[in-house]
Design a protein around this ligand. Structure first.
Ligand SMILES: Cc1cc2nc3c(=O)[nH]c(=O)nc-3n(C[C@H](O)[C@H](O)[C@H](O)COP(=O)(O)O)c2cc1C
Length: 171
């Protein structure tokens, strides 16, 4: 079934950017989860986008209870198409729910409280480990760069598989 809206949860803005890009390409209205819960009818068919926190897609549990999810986009730090099985397992996703993992970005300046603290620790541990690795893959190089310098990896290119799925859906 074609979705009738795009709903998202974002903390530092990268998922918002993907939701807007997807809205621009499909012509579908875009809502934050908070707004969608107030204004969209129960069981509306939607595409849901949420940012990843330790494997969990933020807002997924709420979104799946209220709406009829047609596809899920998990926005994280790793390259698009990463960790599909991990995300499925950690979020207990139903078989058959189309899942897309998208590379967002990292902006420590925008993080507050516990999230900031967690990422400071992650930067120290993961980045240190990566920095010490002599034979880094291009993906590891990219992850290290993100941790050390921050950055925005949102692109229309990353959304291509989502758009291809959308085009294939029947009304
Ligand atoms: C506390 C915390 C935990 C995170 N855990 C993950 C993770 O498990 N996997 C991942 O790929 N990215 C992880 N990230 C990175 C964010 O998902 C990434 O920065 C994303 O682009 C944030 O999207 P937003 O700008 O919409 O909030 C984590 C970030 C924070 C702050």
């Amino acid at each position: 079934m074609k979705p009738s809206a795009i709903v998202y949860t974002s903390n530092t803005g990268f998922t918002t950017q993907y939701a807007s890009l997807l809205g621009g390409e499909t012509g579908l209205p875009v809502y934050s989860l908070e707004d969608a819960l107030k204004s969209l009818p129960q069981s509306s068919p939607i595409v849901y986008l949420g940012w990843l926190t330790a494997g969990k897609v933020q807002g997924y549990d709420k979104a799946v209870t209220k709406f009829n999810l047609q596809a899920l986009c998990a926005v994280g730090m790793a390259k698009s198409g990463f960790q599909m099985e991990d995300v499925k397992k950690s979020n207990n996703l139903p078989q058959g729910l189309p899942l897309f993992t998208l590379q967002g970005g990292f902006d420590l300046k925008k993080l507050r409280g516990i999230y900031r603290l967690m990422m400071l620790v992650m930067s120290k541990t993961v980045a240190k480990k990566l920095a010490a690795k002599p034979d880094r893959t291009p993906d590891e190089e990219d992850m290290l760069d993100l941790f050390q310098n921050g950055g925005n990896r949102v692109s229309l290119e990353n959304l291509r598989p989502v758009l291809a799925w959308y085009e294939g859906e029947r009304v």
